[in-house]
Design a protein. Sequence first.
Lengths: 128, 709
Amino acid sequence: MTARVLLVDDEPNILTSLVFLMERSGYEVQVAADGEEALAAVDSFRPDLVVLDVMLPRLSGYEVCQRLRASPAHRDLHIVMLTAKGRDVEAAKGLEVGADAYVTKPFATRELVALVGRMLEDDGAGQG
Amino acid sequence: MRARARFALAVAGLSAAALGAAALATWLVWEALDAAARDAVAAAAADRALALGLVASGVVVGIALALQAPFRTWTAPARRLIEEGRLILLANPGHRVRLGAGAQELVDLAGVVNELAEHGQQALAEVEAQIEDARAEVAEERNRLVALMSQLPQAVLVCSAEGRILLYNGRTVALLEGESEDGSGGYVGLDRSLHALVDADALAFALAEVQRRLGAGEDEPVSTFVTAAGGGRLLRAQLAPVRAEEPAAGGYVLTLEDVTRRLEAGNRREVLLRSLIERTRAAVASVRAAVETIAAHPDMESDQRDAFTGIIADEALRLSGDLDAAATATGAHLDASWPLDDMLGSDLLAALRSRLAGVWAVDCAVMGPPAPVWLRVDGHALLAAVATVAERVVGLGPISAASIGVEASGGLARLDVSWRGPAPEPAAFAGWETARPDGRIPLTLKEVTERHAGEVLYRRHPQGDGGMLRLLLPAGEPAARPTTPGPREQRVAGYDLRMLQRVDRASDLDERPLDQLTCTVFDTETTGLAPAEGDEIIAIGAVRIVRGRLQRHERFSQLVDPQRHVSAASFRIHGIDDEMLAGRPTLPEVVPAFARFCDDTVLVGHNVAFDLRFLELAEGRTGVRFDQPVLDTLLLSAVIAPEQADHSLDALAARLGVDVVARHTALGDALLTAQVLLRLLPLLADHGITMLGQAREAAAQTPHATLGY
């Protein structure tokens, strides 16, 4: 089964590259441009992994993450925060609200792809 | 007139009278004789000329011998009686006259004088007791002021219009003198010049600025300047005028602040920011150039295109590295412009607990921390913001239980507040984060966390029966514990504001009244009594008298390594041995520091020629010449009490009623000499000596003044 990845960021320029990379890696990809859209997309698209920016309009990435984790249905969802907020406190908060990984922009695309790959591979046993 | 001269005059007078009478008698007889008899008498007289001469001398000697007794029993003791009476009257009411030898009447008179002195002293004591009560109250007030000033964390300074220090506190000493023990940055003390301690040009400019603003009619003219001070610090000084009734008098108040760290941090941030901007410009330029070239030439060869994309990748990578470096650097130098303090976690929890008890009516359980955790916080703002949120929570319903805790986590600290009771939805809580509390500096929880460069988290229990507020805050450093104050910090504060109200009239030092002098009273201990034969100074001690008032705390005390052996004989006197001196600074190091200490003052000592000789002989080694005016308490004592035989420091102290605490230490002797000097002043004034020049002249005329070493 093809893994599904949801990309959430309000900057189209970074999305363009991320979409390209994820699709090239063989995943099914959808995008959302703000927090509310992201939550709706999680419900409808049912992704295996979400790449989540923090600075979003309407609902911050922290809040999206917190809400997702609050619901038992999304316990197994992989959440990777990808953001320009690079301070230690902010990374700590990201992990506190339940992100599985916290990547600071700018980042090495190769490494991000590898990280996503590793997380989804671990599911592989469950997904066959 | 001196006693001896008087005696000689008396002898001469009486002899002249006796011999004159004899001559008159002879002449009377001579007149009655006729010529032949005269010749016979003359011949007989010529025969006995020698005998006659001897008789005449005998008369003179006889008179002298005869007069000696009355002089010894009357004149000399009477003069002593007068001297000692004056001493009782002017300097030491407790002194009693002791006449060993003398006429019985004089001894009785001495007894009467003593009785009168006794009565006088009692009456004086009663009056003084009353004055003392009144003074005690003033002294207490003064002590409170000094204690308050010495505890001020700010450095405060008052100086006269000419820049002479009139008031200072311990913090001022610490900031201006720095760590130097030898006064290389200048000394802080009453009547010392401020111009020697701070950047003279900057000070002058600030003073002129204040004057200009005063002239322009500004109500509160203040001027600011930055100066370098001892130890490489940078100080920010604020200057404001103090007005007095006399137009030329008055002065200035200064506060000083150490801005070294702040300026350094500010500079570092600026440098960092500027370099980041420059590197980003460069990187973006390369990227844009590459991108625009590719866009403008879609037909370029693929390897050429690869080169350009390579450039873009390269620059992007380099820029990423620069950003990381900048982020780390700013993190390390984060000196938030909002004032934060290092605080112990347990102290913060204690304060939070009592605050929440008031808002929630619940006693919070306190969790840990197991080991001391330090946070960097504005405690008050933080507590106020948390309390505001707490108020909103309890507004929804009562709280049944709560717990608070602090934990270290990486380079951060976590402050948790958990409660059982109503808990809003996260969305509602988000609104509370931006709610503004009441109070003087109303900051929302969001603003407070931002100022702390921290983050806020809120979690609601799944059952909805409680919630948790978590604050991620920067970790702090253990606040530096103050060490026991060294001897310099004990010069906690001093003030003498007289010069604010009047102006120094006498520009010539010799015309300065003795009780308005600023002197350095000093004493040395040495290896022996022969400076010209290799004896050396082993200790210098000094205190300051500022405008006639002894400043006990402004002192100089230093042991000196003489680089030779201390003889057993001199050790018996001062108790300093070779071991105590090993490793001490040598004379060429100490004397310049001493010179700075006594700069611009009159030098005073007991038998000071002795000490000065040592310093003079060492001029080549130390490079210091002392050319201040000098006063010697031994000579001054000889001026007012020429009949006394003993002018030693011990005898002077006893006569003048000064308690001897520590003899034969340089500092102890200097203090003693200073007190002796102050008590000599009224006695000198009684002899008509009120100015420095007069004192020096009178001292130079005493017989002791010619002793050389």
